[in-house]
Design a binder for this molecule. Sequence first.
Ligand SMILES: Cc1cc2nc3c(=O)[nH]c(=O)nc-3n(C[C@H](O)[C@H](O)[C@H](O)COP(=O)(O)O)c2cc1C
Length: 162
Amino acid sequence: MKNFEWLPETVRQLPRGAFLMVKGNPMTIGWGQFGVLWGRPTATVYVRHSRHTHSLLEDADTFTISVPAEGTMKAALAFCGTRSGRDFDKMKELGESLVPARFGAQDGFKGCARHIECRILHRSELDEHGIEDAALVDRYYANGDPHTAYVGEILGVWSEDE
Ligand SMILES: Cc1cc2nc3c(=O)[nH]c(=O)nc-3n(C[C@H](O)[C@H](O)[C@H](O)COP(=O)(O)O)c2cc1C
């Protein structure tokens, strides 16, 4: 993992999108945190209840974040951020393939710059309760559909050419 040396590039790309991989289904995410919790390196992702990925995570104990090289894979990010795995096998539709996990979490999206494999340590609800800024409640939770926050222990971070 080399002391989080992958972090700046990952956080620069994140708002443009990364793939949250669960059971072969890629879902585009734009939010996340990386740091230390309970003395362990962790990554936290946020998934709305309405997503197919949310159902997949109900019975998964790991996830993998596959991060494209900065500014790349725009079409795949747009597709995986608007289509649901309920209706499509997104990898098949895109003609893309998976790359096997190296640390026992989920297989990654082949061709990404980096794969961050995580084991879920904690799940909690991120809803309107406790948000101090009313504008955020209006913007994100006016219609319900809260996010579940998944804190994952980072098991390994790797590139395909390593
Ligand atoms: C750039 C971008 C970032 C997104 N970030 C998130 C996110 O962090 N959490 C989330 O629940 N949905 C996010 N979405 C929406 C999901 O990717 C989208 O609803 C997707 O179709 C859900 O796929 P699924 O039903 O296969 O899980 C984002 C979409 C885009 C385009």
